[in-house]
Design a protein around this ligand. Structure first.
Ligand SMILES: Cc1cc2nc3c(=O)[nH]c(=O)nc-3n(C[C@H](O)[C@H](O)[C@H](O)COP(=O)(O)O)c2cc1C
Length: 389
């Protein structure tokens, strides 16, 4: 009989997305944490995104061999090891000095892809050079045709297979913690920020040394001048409250590849987007950062999936933190999911390998969930696998 061996608990990597969240809070200064974490107004929608998942139970069937479980997915031309991509989030260079380069490489290593934000710290060309696997590009339906042509042409040349048009930002959501922290683009540093940075020396040394916190995509350069330019573009063109469906139709006509619309919560809007040429819909409330009081995405999903009846791919984001969440979304009609903040937690804690690990945690959790449910393929998931309440 072997001797009993004692071991101290490992001070290793987090083992869940909640663990990554706790670790990221320690790594990031208050300003950056406020940017990453908070919702709009009273964060009612932010909380609803999470609580919606708890209202569904998973059906458990037993003694049904589920060997060789399948978690792979295909969104349009994009083959994935799991039905999860990384949602577009701006200025990843504020979270980790390698920003979207690390996010993209981490995603690719886990068999997934990112949707690169227009407001990324690194440009679409830089991301394609670091990770040439066909990441997607996100834009806003700006009216400035010249600016759109310029951005779309760069996406095309960088082999982005899919364009994502975000439509839920007619104006900025009211993110009060961010405002109280003085978050702006470009960031204006106050003595409080300097002290905050000094308390996070590892973050401060790397991020400030590399100066890739500003929006590299808009201006194709880095540094303070880029930040000022980006702020100007953003003020003048990004948050134009007068945008309408004609603006989407124009962008759609300008792009030859696949095109998804992000920020849909209403079945009529989903129908309209598809009638104007969208190949996919992303059911999203911007992670609770725009309209507070908007429905949880999981609650909006079934009505949209039913209306579209497989005429377009349906993806969802908002509050996905466990493999069980992904499985529930697939049961309710989603073809796949995206994660925003969880990828940023991984990025903050471990750069590229942190992002890869967050996705591999989700992959393991999805696989384990399927085994425990007695289901061998995500393609077999449907509403009959869910029990309300
Ligand atoms: C810090 C941060 C920045 C974001 N920036 C963008 C963006 O530039 N473009 C966009 O379409 N959505 C943006 N989003 C929304 C995400 O794409 C996504 O809808 C949301 O994060 C999903 O919710 P989750 O964080 O609970 O997973 C951002 C979200 C966060 C948290």
């Amino acid at each position: 009989m072997g001797a009993i061996r004692f071991a101290l608990p490992k001070q290793g990597r987090p083992i869940s997305i909640a663990g990554y969240r706790t670790a990221a809070r320690r790594v990031l200064p208050d300003l950056v944490w406020a940017y990453v974490e908070n919702g709009a107004d009273d964060s009612v929608t932010l909380a609803a995104n999470r609580s919606a998942f708890a209202r569904w139970s998973l059906r458990q069937r037993v003694l049904r061999s589920s060997a060789g479980r399948k978690t792979a997915a295909r969104f349009g031309d994009t083959e994935l090891a799991i039905p999860v991509m990384i949602a577009p989030t701006g200025i990843n260079g504020l979270v980790h000095w390698r920003g979207e380069l690390a996010t993209a490489c981490g995603a690719a290593a886990a068999g997934s892809r990112i949707v690169l934000s227009t407001a990324a710290s690194y440009s679409v060309e830089e991301v394609a050079a670091a990770s040439p696997v066909g990441h997607w590009l996100q834009v806003y339906p700006w009216r400035d045709r010249e600016l759109m042509d310029w951005l779309l042409e760069r996406g095309r040349r960088s082999d982005c297979p899919t364009l994502v048009v975000t439509v839920d930002t007619p104006v900025f959501g009211n993110r009060e913690p961010e405002r109280l922290q003085g978050m702006s683009i470009p960031p204006v540093l106050t003595p409080r920020h300097v002290l905050d940075a000094a308390l996070h020396p590892r973050w401060a040394y790397k991020v400030l040394r590399h100066q890739r916190v500003f929006t590299g995509n808009l201006v194709g350069m880095s540094g303070v001048r880029a930040g000022a330019l980006a702020a100007k573009v953003r003020r003048e063109r990004m948050m134009a409250g007068e945008l309408d469906w004609d603006d989407f139709a124009r962008v759609r006509a300008q792009w030859q590849g696949l095109c998804y619309v992000k920020g849909i919560l209403d079945a009529d809007d989903a129908e309209r987007a598809v009638s104007l040429g969208a190949d996919g819909i992303i059911v999203s409330n911007h992670g609770g950062r725009q309209l507070d009081g908007a429905p949880a995405t999981l609650d909006a999903l079934p009505g949209i999936a039913d209306r579209l009846a497989h005429r377009a791919t349906v993806l969802i984001d908002g509050g996905i933190r466990r493999g069980t969440d992904v499985v529930k979304a697939l049961c309710l009609g989603a073809d796949g999911c995206l994660i925003g903040r969880p990828a940023l937690y991984g990025l903050a804690v471990g750069g590229e390998s942190g992002v890869e690990h967050v996705l591999s945690i989700l992959r393991e959790e999805i696989d384990r969930t399927l085994a425990l449910m007695g289901c061998s393929d995500i393609a077999d998931l449907g509403r009959d696998w869910l029990i309300p309440g």
